[in-house]
Design a protein around this ligand. Structure first.
Ligand code: UTP
Length: 298
């Protein structure tokens, strides 16, 4: 079991402007909950007990969200709104939260480097704060990855998922060392390859487990053209050194909902809203009415 996780939430979220002008993209709701709440619930249900958020400017609402709010609780209790009090149960989650700030947004690799003293000598999970695994975050992927990390004597385990071959240039793509079964060793990683040169159609999917050796690897990475330290470059150094970097394939039921761009955000919201136990059916009917009326755009 791996008990520590790092959730980087410091990115500027520019692809979601203006929604992210003054609020973190990780706090945007997908149906009822902010994205980052799904991420934290998934981690806790997979055995994680300590979570470090790497935050930045304009991100204090994330801290507030996971803090107790006695005044709100009192107001709801006085109004006998027990059903709404239940909505705050997540505040009592069995996890300790820690926060540190990435002052300049110098990429995901740099954000992870901020976790060095938090991680200490132990392996830890990295879970992107803008990606949900599985409908309603019902995923056991991180627990499976932790087992693979132990039994495979790995330096790094990465969740991967199949993407349409023509879309490889939007993702970090892995090159399997042999055949790509459900669990396989990675020979190399390629950031955003064109379909002709992509070594597979298996994309890195927002969850990683690292041994602390990753910090030395990140320190070796040179900033890219945009001045960002890429985490994939650091993992590539691990592969080059012959360290064991292993992929765990996500089954379709645990697919990654990436909220970093509008098309994928809209789709995720609709899918989660349709699955809502109370409102899903009514929403489905409303959607059908809208679709019957609206001409397809474009
Ligand atoms: P993205 O690659 O989606 O970058 O980050 P971004 O900066 O948030 O978004 P755009 O490209 O401007 O639209 C993936 C995850 O890594 C975090 C983000 O908060 C997000 O959860 N991240 C990214 C950091 O914590 N720090 C960084 O410097 C970059």
């Amino acid at each position: 079991m791996i008990e520590s996780a790092v959730v980087p939430v410091a990115g500027l979220g520019t692809r979601l402007l203006p929604a992210t002008k003054s609020q973190p993209k990780e706090m945007l709701p997908v149906a009822r909950k902010p994205i980052v709440q799904y991420v934290v619930e998934e981690l806790v249900s997979n055995g994680v007990r300590q979570i470090l958020f790497v935050t930045g400017r304009n991100k204090t609402s994330i801290e507030d969200h996971f803090d107790n709010d006695p005044e709100l609780f009192r107001a709801l209790a006085e109004a006998n709104k027990d059903d709404l009090i239940e909505e705050l149960d997540f505040e009592a989650m069995k996890a300790n939260f820690f926060y540190t700030r990435q002052r300049r947004q110098q990429g995901l690799g740099d954000a992870v480097l901020h976790a060095e003293s938090f991680a200490g000598e132990k392996p830890f999970v990295v879970a992107l704060g803008d990606s949900i695994l599985g409908l309603n975050a019902l995923s056991r992927a991180v627990a499976r990855m932790a087992d693979v990390f132990d039994s495979g004597r790995a330096s790094c385990v990465i969740a991967v998922e199949e993407v349409p071959p023509q879309e490889t240039r939007h993702y970090g793509i892995v090159q399997p060392a042999g055949t790509a079964a459900d669990v396989f060793r990675i020979a190399n990683l390629v950031e955003k390859p064109a379909p002709e040169s992509a070594p597979s159609n298996l994309a890195i999917a927002g969850r990683y487990i690292f041994s602390p050796v990753i910090f030395d690897m990140i320190r070796r990475v040179q900033p890219d053209r945009r001045g960002e330290i890429q985490l994939t470059d650091a993992i590539q150094f691990m592969c080059e050194e012959g360290r064991r970097v292993i992929a765990v394939k996500l089954p379709p039921a645990e697919k990654r909902y990436d909220i970093g761009n509008f098309p994928s955000y809209f789709e995720s919201f609709v899918e989660f809203a349709l699955a809502d136990p109370a409102y899903g059916e009514g929403f489905r009917r409303a959607l059908e009415r809208i679709l019957a009326k609206a001409p397809a755009a474009g």
